[in-house]
Write a protein that binds this ligand. Structure first.
Ligand code: SF4
Ligand code: SF4
Length: 184
């Protein structure tokens, strides 16, 4: 369920891995071409007529890796925009006729921001200052720019903390022209 951002007290990605399992992650054309050229066509599948990230038999995205108690994305630097934006949805008009509480004052643009209640990193309540001033604006910027660096909008995992197989894929992505994210 999508809930207006002003009902969210704070959000932090717990790297629980829930959102990388069972969801069909749609790919833009450039994302499909970039990932297929890096990792081969087998990382893409068609779902209901759309190009999506391939999922394994367990329903998990093929780029998801278990590391100690967390699930990590092995292509953090090149993950699709849909992954970068989860669990927030940034719209240029109210959704479901529910603009109240979703309107967000972003410089030069009126946007409406909603949170997907399926995410386990959401704390409900009155928005905290960091959430309103840093987290939500970063998601809006990602939406408006179609990607870009991430700090507040991703799990707090540093590259040197990654297991070696994940780190090597991360390095491969870092050597491409695909948009890079700074791991927080
Ligand atoms: S975005 Fe939410 S559901 Fe996905 S890994 Fe982070 S905490 Fe879990
Ligand atoms: S690309 Fe990364 S963030 Fe996106 S579904 Fe796969 S593991 Fe999750």
């Amino acid at each position: 369920m999508l809930v207006p951002w002003s009902y969210v007290r704070s959000w932090e990605c717990l790297a629980c891995g829930h959102c990388c399992k069972d969801y069909a992650i749609p790919l833009e054309r450039g994302e499909r071409l970039g990932l297929a050229s890096l990792f081969g066509p087998g990382v893409v599948e068609r779902v209901l007529g759309k190009d999506c990230l391939k999922r394994g038999e367990d329903g998990r995205c093929v780029f998801q890796r278990r590391h100690e108690s967390r699930w990590l994305c092995a292509i953090q630097g090149a993950k699709p925009l849909a992954c970068r934006l989860f669990p927030f949805k940034v719209s240029f008009q109210p959704l479901f006729g529910r603009g109240e509480g979703a309107s967000f004052p972003y410089p030069g643009r009126r946007v409406f921001v909603y949170a997907d209640s399926d995410c386990r990193g959401i704390e409900w309540g009155r928005p905290e200052e960091e959430f309103a001033r840093k987290v939500v604006p970063e998601f809006v910027r990602l939406k408006l720019e179609g990607g870009g660096p991430q700090f507040y909008s991703t799990a707090r995992v540093r590259p040197h903390e990654l297991p070696i197989p994940v780190r090597s894929i991360f390095s491969a992505c870092a050597n491409t022209a695909l948009p890079l994210a700074v791991m927080a």
